[in-house]
Design a binder for this molecule. Sequence first.
Ligand SMILES: Nc1ncnc2c1ncn2[C@@H]1O[C@H](COP(=O)(O)OP(=O)(O)OP(=O)(O)O)[C@@H](O)[C@H]1O
Ligand SMILES: [Mg+2]
Length: 239
Amino acid sequence: MISIKNLTIFIEDKKILDNINLEINKGETFVILGESGAGKSVLLKTIVGLIKPTEGEIFIRQENLGQMNKNKLLELREKTGMVFQAAALFDSMTVCQNVGFFLFEHTNLSDEEIRERVKKSLHAVGLENILDEMPEHLSGGMKKRVGIARALINQPEIIFYDEPTAGLDPVTSASILELIEKIHKEYQTTDVIVTHDLEIARKFSDRVAIIDNGKIFTIGIWQEVVKIGHPIVSQEKNK
Ligand SMILES: Nc1ncnc2c1ncn2[C@@H]1O[C@H](COP(=O)(O)OP(=O)(O)OP(=O)(O)O)[C@@H](O)[C@H]1O
Ligand SMILES: [Mg+2]
């Protein structure tokens, strides 16, 4: 589904990602762990085409991201959803405008049709009747859900979640995780989840990668990764 080959990223002379090689399979839940500043968000942004590789290539469904024209890129964006770290909603837009952003920008659907699609997406994340709310009036957990609803608007095949539970209380975290699992099952999405939360890796991952200082430290199923050992998973050894 996603194939990353010899990916290196420099930002302003600083090497952020160093020769990353990674295969993510269709339908799998792939969890990326790593300390703050390791390069996790940069990696996700690169896979969705928001950051250009300095070196290396990314293939999505066998197509080379670097060689896609505008239409192909748009098609790709339609098939992928990104849930950003810190929700990243546009504060000056309503929930409907946020969730329907792609449709307003890139389709000729009428406002009514878009509202209907947005309603469905919000329904899928357990939110109703907040289409005309402004993001500032929402709780942290609701913002996350709206961010997920926005990622779902085109029924994507691949969803990238950047820290889906960071900053949320345990109950809200658990409900977001339940939601991710429900979406995964219902839509058979391929999920790439960046997180600090070891429980997500333990409970949901098919495979895990640890990124350390811009490099892949290890990739494997959770039990193997714990065995290989890295400070980030050391507390798991006794579980
Ligand atoms: N736009 C940018 N300009 C300059 N440096 C950047 C930029 N984006 C990221 N970096 C740097 O790249 C490195 C990796 O950042 P990244 O956001 O990917 O970390 P992360 O692993 O997601 O961390 P966190 O867990 O805190 O979210 C950091 O050193 C960061 O300062
Ligand atoms: Mg990050």
